[in-house]
Ligand binder design. Structure first.
Ligand code: BGC
Length: 553
């Protein structure tokens, strides 16, 4: 008998920022009360896992990734009781909830850091963070937020030492050499699992340990700690998802997915190649990346994001080649002037110049490739952004619910809003919002819902095997997703021109082929099976007689 699949196998992850999603108490800031009221929408849309960016007390100098208390709720969002009400409601509507957990650092306002800087040098309190008398230590570790920081070290006049911060200077790195740090962070994990959460998105996992002469990423000690974390999670005796954020090449991200380590990891290389494919109209490197990821670990364990709350991270040539970075820079004109740190600071729709065809194509790939597709809130509407806001705030503006004031996000007066709702031309919330798009059968929102429904009815797309087929067209990606009972064929045209091609389906000669979305019949499979795809067009076909609805969910 095949073992039961974990709940997260093939799950669709919806990432949201609670403070930007829905305001339940009218103070201009989204909260758990507001989010709980939106659960029926999320259920209607068809996503099954909610990933909440940090919800903890924080001075919010890095969107909440600067934490002052790992076991509390930021008072803007509610309290533990309102979190609990939300979690119970999400579970009762069939959704799982994973929390962002920042293991690597805290805010400099965290009591641990304040205690550390005043404690004597070499004391156990000081030792909770990473200190040095020499800011040239770990010189090979790149500065990640290069537009904000010139060094990974900051002088602390109270401690009279430098402290390490791989991110912003107000985010000192915890010292994982210190057993107290490890034990305490494991207690944090216990705390949230005891409260019923279903997993964690582990922020910035590669950076937990440092070693001279290396980039200080993914060191063996980091993996040892993550195995300890996994073991601790397993003790809770239920299926929990540990999803790592390691913005690293596939071969370096794969070790996090050892059987006794994390369950899932984001495939950011694939994200970059998806954009590069659109930018260049060619699929060769995308295909190679897919094969590499598939060979490294079995496909369903990769989480597949298009965009998120950060810039579209392309890196310094370590993640993907300079050539691919250049392809994206040149081929996506909307990215040109919006470079932040090592990536492009725009939301999906503006990045694609507002073209719904490429938007659908990229999501069509995401929903049919092996892994856990990640949908960033608002991208289901093609929501825009506000370039010019500070840091990554352009991508974090309030969700557009209705054409009413503030897009239905909040009843508060404008100056109190967490961030300004989008009124940019082409993306104005009076047009681009849930209420309007629900009523338009051809809207992007209704398209997403339909695609997610199809995906639910096709187990092959959720956890079937993956096989790349030979494509006679340089701009058309062709692949199969198969379970024993079902074969789904996918063809996707990444070019801005139409494509016609002939596929060799002799393996299934004479079998019925049906297009999935609208159910239309195609000619039976044959050695020369002709397909026409419009610009940025794609299709999913069922091969054989199996009925989607009749297959086990
Ligand atoms: C998060 C960022 C955050 C950084 C530091 C990340 O990778 O996604 O938003 O600024 O970690 O915590």
């Amino acid at each position: 008998m095949t073992p039961a699949l974990p709940w997260w196998s093939g799950t669709v992850i919806y990432q949201l920022i609670v403070r930007s999603y829905s305001d339940g108490n009218g103070d201009g800031i989204g909260d758990f009360k507001g989010l709980a009221a939106r659960l029926p929408y999320l259920r209607w849309l068809g996503v099954n896992t909610l990933w909440l960016t940090p919800i903890y007390p924080s001075p919010l100098r890095d969107g909440g990734y600067d934490i002052t208390d790992f076991t509390g709720i930021h008072p803007d969002l509610g309290d533990l009781a309102s979190f609990h009400r939300f979690l119970t409601a999400a579970h009762s509507q069939g959704m799982r909830v994973i929390l962002d957990l920042v293991l690597n650092h805290t805010s400099d306002l965290h009591p641990w850091f304040q205690r550390a800087r005043w404690a004597p040098k070499g004391s156990s309190e000081r030792d909770v963070y990473v200190w040095s008398d020499d800011p040239k230590r770990y010189a090979e570790a790149p500065v990640l937020f290069r537009h904000f920081e010139a060094s990974n070290w900051e002088w602390d006049p109270v401690a009279e030492q430098y402290y390490l911060h791989r991110f912003l200077r107000h985010q000192p790195d915890l010292n994982y050499e210190n057993p107290w740090v490890q034990d305490t962070m494991l207690e944090v994990v216990d705390f949230w699992l005891d409260r019923g959460v279903d997993g964690f998105r582990l922020d910035a996992v590669p950076f937990l340990f440092e070693s001279e002469g290396s980039r200080c990423e993914g060191l063996p000690e980091t993996h040892t700690f993550l195995k300890r974390l996994r073991e601790r999670v397993d003790r809770h005796g239920r299926d929990v998802l540990l999803l790592g954020e390691a913005i690293q090449p596939v071969q370096e991200a794969a070790p996090y997915l050892a059987d006794d380590e994390l369950h899932g990891a984001f495939n950011f290389v694939l994200t970059a190649h998806l954009f590069a494919a659109i930018a260049s109209g060619r699929i060769q490197q995308l295909g190679e990346c897919l094969m590499e990821a598939e060979q490294a670990v079995c496909g369903p364990r990769w989480a597949l994001p298009l965009r998120n709350h950060d810039e579209l991270w392309l890196g310094d040539g370590h993640l993907i080649s300079d050539e691919v970075i250049q392809t994206i820079r040149v081929g996506l004109p909307q990215g040109q002037g919006h470079w932040l740190n090592w990536g492009i600071n725009r939301r999906l729709a503006p990045l694609l110049n507002g073209d719904p065809r490429s938007n659908r194509l990229l999501h069509g790939l995401l929903y049919s490739l092996p892994g856990m597709p990640c949908l960033y809130y608002g991208d289901e509407l093609g929501m825009g952004d506000w370039p010019g806001l500070r840091d990554r705030d352009p991508n974090r503006t309030p969700m557009a619910w209705t054409p009413a004031r503030n897009g239905g996000f909040s009843t508060a007066p404008d100056p109190l809003l967490v961030l300004p709702p989008i009124t940019a031309p082409g993306y104005d919330y009076r047009v681009v919002n849930v209420e309007v798009q629900k009523q338009l059968p051809g809207s992007l929102l209704n398209w997403h819902r339909r695609m997610l429904t199809c995906r639910r009815l096709l187990p092959a797309l959720r956890h079937g095997s993956f096989r790349l087929l030979h494509s006679p067209h340089p701009g058309v990606l062709v692949y199969l997703r198969c379970t024993e009972a079902m074969t789904v064929l996918v063809a996707a045209n990444v070019t801005a021109a139409g494509a016609s091609l002939s596929l060799d389906l002799s393996e299934w000669a004479g079998e019925r082929t049906r297009e999935v979305m609208w159910g239309c019949e195609f000619p039976p499979a044959a050695a020369e099976w002709f397909v026409n795809l419009p610009p940025y067009g794609f299709n999913w076909w069922l091969i054989g007689e199996v009925e989607p609805a009749a297959t086990p969910a």
